[in-house]
Design a protein. Structure first.
Length: 530
């Protein structure tokens, strides 16, 4: 088991960690969290995150602590240090998937499920992105794992519930109540389906709950003692219960996740419908199958009821998707899939191979036509995609005797190679279109000592420009503030985005921007009043 964990861990570390710091911070969230870590370090503050000098209380404290520790080890805050928490959470998610599956379905199924988890698009992307949802995914998995071990008699009740309590406490520090809701939904659905709700009445459950509170509470108590009750309200109430029932952003229809399930859980989402109840399987395999389906259903239904929806909210179902995909992969390899489902699996694999081939060719065509500067990395990614598609197709054409494990293995390694090529060659090249660094460098070039550097009508915590400038940028809210700043005796360097350009022109008259650039699809302009 240890050898398997080492191999899976290395696989995930390479997949998630290759050139992890080579890409700049991109909107919408990476620069905000990055700037919060920078300002916390500058202030020497371990309690309250600030962005642009203002309290930023959207998320609890765990990410910021982990990122500061990583920055200390790596010699300062950087794109790499900011992504280390996500990297570690991604690896923990892959390893946890293996550990959960092993006693129920054996080594091969555990390895297949772990490999599938690592190559889920949502896991790969979020493990390389400054975001909290991968932390919640890892803590949800390990909480469910510990409780399943306890209720199934694989661990002592005390060990299981204390482990679950510790992990859930850490999860609460990562994203608040939602880190408890996910595991509670999964465990509750499982115990209800198996008529074992009485397991929640054991006194070991109270011990786990006490440990959970002991880990989660000190930060909130420190906030309360410091008079930061507004932060507590924002983190616990507004960002969770208010956002769930009456959102101010990300509103989406109830069927939203029925679309994004296939995208974020690709490519293995397409095999999940083939994971029907395993016939004549051992009790452990049936147990794992039931738990996985309940996991997916409980989380997706709950977040579908929320009026605020984002695809990362259901990322915690990734281990369950991987477990079901692992079931299909092992059944396919062992010639155990019924004929209809086997033909469907072959068709899905062929369709994925075709998608890789067509996508690879399309990348080159689009890059050469619209973005010549991306032609070289796009060509490299295209070659990898075509090679992977050819490999998958070859395994499907060799016949049943040699196809057994070859097709699932080819899918895993082809997808992993595609992700790696994208991470190494393509994503860093996209900085030319998505990074705010060039804007910040231009501001630094034209700004003189004593100049007032400001943006117009930005969200208060917008910080991609501030992060790369190295200090907060004042935000002018409304035309009156802009008019006063423009007429002030001091020199003003003004940052304006395209959707506010008309309002700015109504104030500055005939003044023209001295510089412009497109960042993330938005045109950005710099004005000076003298």
């Amino acid at each position: 088991m240890k050898r398997d964990l080492v191999r899976l861990g290395l696989f995930a570390a390479v997949l998630f960690g290759a050139r992890l710091g080579a890409r700049d911070l991109w909107n919408p969230n990476e620069p905000i969290y990055g700037e919060a870590v920078v300002e916390m370090a500058r202030r020497g503050d371990w309690l309250v995150p600030h962005v642009n000098g203002l309290v930023f209380a959207e998320k609890p404290i765990l990410f910021y602590w982990l990122a500061r520790v990583a920055a200390t080890i790596l010699g300062g805050v950087s794109e790499l240090s900011l992504r280390v928490p996500s990297l570690l959470a991604g690896i923990a998610t892959v390893l946890g998937t293996y550990v959960l599956a092993r006693p129920y379905a054996g080594r091969e199924r555990a390895l297949a499920s772990g490999a599938a988890c690592a190559t889920l698009f949502g896991v790969f992307w979020n493990a390389r992105f400054v975001q909290m949802d991968i932390l919640v995914t890892a803590t949800t998995l390990w909480t469910v794992l510990a409780i399943a071990r306890a209720t199934d008699g694989l661990w002592s009740p005390l060990r299981g519930w204390l482990t679950a309590g510790a992990v859930a406490g850490v999860g609460f520090l990562a994203k608040g109540p939602v880190a408890w809701i996910g595991p509670a939904l999964v465990v509750g659905a499982d115990l209800l389906a198996t008529r074992r709700l009485r397991a929640l009445l054991r006194r070991e459950v109270l011990a786990g709950a006490a440990l959970c509170v002991a880990i989660a509470a000190p930060w909130f108590l420190a906030l309360w003692a410091g008079g930061h009750t507004d932060v507590i309200h924002e983190v616990l109430v507004r960002q969770n219960f208010s956002r769930f029932s009456n959102p101010w952003d990300h509103a989406a229809p109830v069927w939203y996740y029925l679309e994004y399930f296939w995208i974020d859980m690709a490519p293995w989402s397409f095999f999940v419908p083939l994971a029907l109840a395993p016939a004549r399987a051992a009790e452990g395999e049936r147990r794992l199958w039931r738990l996985s389906w309940l996991w997916i259903a409980a989380v997706v239904v709950f977040f579908s009821l929320s009026r605020s929806k984002r695809s990362p909210y259901i990322l915690p179902i990734a281990p369950a998707v991987a477990l079901l995909a692992g079931q299909v992969a092992i059944a396919f390899a062992g010639e155990a899939l019924p004929a209809a489902r086997r033909r469907a699996a072959i068709a899905i694999a062929a369709a994925l191979a075709a998608a890789l081939a067509i996508g690879g060719i399309g990348l080159v065509v689009v890059a050469r036509r619209d973005h010549p500067d991306l032609a070289t990395p796009a060509t490299a990614l295209s070659i990898v995609a075509l090679a992977g598609a050819s490999w998958i197709a070859a395994t499907l054409l060799r016949g049943a005797a040699s196809r057994r494990a070859a097709t699932p293995r080819a899918l895993v390694l082809s997808v992993a190679a595609f992700y790696l090529a994208a991470a190494v060659a393509v994503l860093p090249a996209l900085d030319a279109y998505k990074s705010a660094r060039p804007v910040a460098e231009e501001i630094a070039r034209i700004a003189r000592p004593g100049d007032r550097v400001a943006s117009f009508d930005f969200w208060s915590w917008r910080s991609e420009y501030a992060y790369y400038l190295g200090h907060p940028i004042e935000n002018l809210a409304g035309r009156e503030a802009l008019r006063d700043a423009w007429r002030d005796a001091g020199r003003l360097v003004l940052l304006v985005e395209a959707d506010r350009l008309g309002e700015v022109r109504s104030v500055v008259g005939e003044a023209e921007p001295g510089w412009s650039r497109t960042v993330g699809g938005k045109s950005v302009y710099l004005f000076t009043n003298r």
